[in-house]
Design a protein around this ligand. Structure first.
Ligand SMILES: [Zn+2]
Length: 120
């Protein structure tokens, strides 16, 4: 990626306003602010449903399955070791990725459909 695409990606990654890159877009863990505190961009219509969850499930699932397979092939630990490692790993990774994933989707939504953010 280069140019404007990179900027959209970075604003999303750091959970910042898709227009000015300054204001935070979350007021709760996943609850959005009504508008950007810095440039007043309307965020009320910024909604991407289960989009972020889909990407997080796909990424965490792929990574977990790959690492679990590698562990099984190299060390072949008993089943409870797998539970002990992968259950917390899945929860922590999902919680860490959910906010930036949702924020990135909102950034790209603003990039491709800016009319959804008009008005106040
Ligand atoms: Zn802003």
């Amino acid at each position: 990626m280069s140019g404007k695409g990179t900027s959209v990606f970075i604003k999303g990654l750091f959970c910042r306003c898709p227009r000015c890159g300054q204001g935070k877009i979350f007021k709760g863990f996943l609850k959005l602010e009504g508008a950007c505190a810095s440039c007043r961009l309307n965020l009320k219509n910024a909604e991407n449903g289960d989009g972020a969850a889909f990407f997080v499930i796909s990424i965490v699932g792929f990574v977990t399955a790959s690492l679990a397979w590698i562990l099984e092939e190299t060390a072949s630990p008993s089943l409870w070791v797998h539970y002990f490692i992968w259950f917390p790993f899945i929860i922590v990774m999902s919680l860490l990725l959910l906010r930036p994933a949702k924020s990135m989707l909102i950034s790209y939504q603003y990039y491709y459909q800016p009319h959804l953010f008009e008005g106040d």
